[in-house]
Design a binder for this molecule. Structure first.
Ligand SMILES: *[C@@H]1O[C@H](CO)[C@@H](O)[C@H](O)[C@H]1NC(C)=O
Ligand SMILES: *[C@@H]1O[C@H](CO)[C@@H](O)[C@H](O)[C@H]1NC(C)=O
Ligand SMILES: *[C@@H]1O[C@H](CO)[C@@H](O)[C@H](O)[C@H]1NC(C)=O
Ligand SMILES: *[C@@H]1O[C@H](CO)[C@@H](O)[C@H](O)[C@H]1NC(C)=O
Ligand SMILES: *[C@@H]1O[C@H](CO)[C@@H](O)[C@H](O)[C@H]1NC(C)=O
Ligand SMILES: *[C@@H]1O[C@H](CO)[C@@H](O)[C@H](O)[C@H]1NC(C)=O
Length: 384
């Protein structure tokens, strides 16, 4: 049934292009025919798809493009598990006013081109997870889009292909976005003002995304309630972030699976964890290093175990060794100088000895004179 309609429609399309050159009567008849065909196809279901009420599903059909002639009254369109390598402005040629849900997951998709979603003005939920996106146009979404849920979990080819979507997020035209799933991508560092314009974001998933620090600005998102940072590369949470957490008591975060470094610098985080209810998986956080605290739950680590001494001892040790070496070197140089000047020194020693002897003799002489009473009188008299 569906196949017949498709054939009918493609015939009419062919007729339309040829019809322009025919006379007006035939052209008019053809137009009518085409209109009829379109009306009929609107209620029909695209090839390889299953339709029920306002839902169209074309799953695991090896499609390499979005099927044409999606019924205009569709609300939900799911084309998952196919082989669609790119979507562009021709992917949705007709205006699908009612479409709110679009699932394009598992398609090995590489390119999301300009204006692709412009014919889907009421799109609310878009799933692009499990693709291989390398380029994502900044102009994919219309300015007045209604997008609320965007799933980009494991969507990107690599770290550098994330740039396009980051520009979209930064641009600030996803004003209604409430749920953003960026999990399982290699993000590492996110731009500081990335989330500044996502003022309605409630739920943000950054799980397994190689993140090394909590991005600036996330914690000040006014509506944010659920932040998933599990399985990243966080080693600590700076105290400035802890203060921001305290100011947002509605915000709950998940932090398990990060390689926490349990040294003296994690002190503030521990104090905060023990007094906070915001980290829902806090019982399962464990130290990754130092070695002696590995796998120890953070909540069970005592303040006295948090040492940065390991490093200090090392520093002291090396400085002692260095000092010793310097002293030895000075000693060697001193000895060398002595050795090279041995003749001069000998002469100098003799000179000193002679000088001393002369001096001592003179002293001795004077002493003898002074101690002779006869001479003493003499000297007194001579003084007078
Ligand atoms: C997907 O399409 C590409 C060409 O675009 C083709 O080489 C590949 O074999 C297709 N994969 C499957 C599973 O059909
Ligand atoms: C996004 O897609 C992944 C897998 O396709 C799924 O596990 C996850 O729940 C989805 N996220 C949201 C927010 O729907
Ligand atoms: C990302 O993939 C592209 C295309 O395969 C490649 O040219 C680029 O070097 C990759 N970048 C990184 C950081 O791996
Ligand atoms: C984590 O993300 C990478 C891609 O960055 C993916 O290959 C890997 O399967 C993910 N791990 C899990 C447990 O989902
Ligand atoms: C512990 O938490 C409460 C509210 O949850 C807060 O008022 C109090 O200042 C916190 N105490 C410390 C020491 O952080
Ligand atoms: C913590 O870990 C235990 C056992 O590994 C698990 O059963 C529990 O669900 C985890 N709790 C959270 C909040 O992740």
């Amino acid at each position: 049934m569906g196949k017949e309609k498709m054939r009918l429609l493609s015939t009419s399309c062919w007729c339309q292009s040829e019809g322009i050159r025919m006379n007006a009567l035939i052209y008019g008849v053809m137009q009518l025919f085409l209109l009829l065909a379109i009306i009929r196809s609107c209620q029909g279901c695209p090839e390889k798809c299953a339709c029920s009420s306002q839902t169209v599903k074309c799953q695991n059909q090896d499609l390499d493009a979005i099927p044409n002639f999606i019924p205009v009254n569709s609300k939900l369109l799911s084309i998952t598990g196919n082989n669609i390598s790119s979507i562009n402005e021709d992917s949705f040629p007709s205006h699908l006013e009612l479409l709110t849900d679009l699932d394009l997951s598992d398609n090995e998709m590489e390119a999301v081109e300009e204006t692709v979603f412009h014919n889907l003005p009421n799109l609310e939920r878009l799933d692009l997870s499990n693709n291989n996106i390398q380029t994502f146009s900044e102009k994919a979404f219309p300015d007045d889009n209604k997008l609320q849920v965007l799933n980009l979990s494991r969507s990107f080819h690599n770290h550098s292909s994330v740039k396009g979507i980051l520009n979209v997020l930064e641009n600030g035209n996803l004003l209604h976005l409430a749920v953003l799933d960026l999990s399982n991508n290699d993000l590492v560092l996110l731009p500081d003002d990335l989330f500044a314009s996502l003022s309605n974001l409630v739920k943000l998933n950054l799980q397994n995304s190689s993140i090394i620090s909590i991005p600036d600005g996330i914690l000040t998102l006014p509506q944010l309630q659920d932040l998933d940072l599990r399985h990243n590369r966080l080693r600590n949470v700076p105290s400035t972030s802890l203060i921001e957490f305290n100011l947002k008591s509605d915000l709950h975060i998940r932090l398990v699976g990060n390689p926490w470094r349990c040294d003296c610098s994690i002190d503030d985080l521990l104090v905060w964890l023990k007094n906070s209810t915001q980290v829902t998986d806090m019982k399962n956080l464990t130290c990754a290093d130092p070695e002696r605290l590995r796998r120890q739950p953070l909540l069970q680590v005592e303040q006295s175990q948090l040492k940065c001494l390991g490093n200090m001892e090392g520093v002291l040790e090396t400085s002692y060794v260095f000092l010793g070496l310097v002293l030895a070197l000075i000693g060697v140089i001193f000895l060398l100088v002595l050795y090279l000047n041995r003749k001069g020194i000998k002469r100098w020693m003799y000179n000193i000895r002679d000088a001393c002897r002369d001096h001592m003799e003179g002293y001795h002489y004077r002493y003898e004179i002074n101690s002779d009473p006869r001479l003493a009188n003499l000297s007194i008299n001579s003084d007078v």
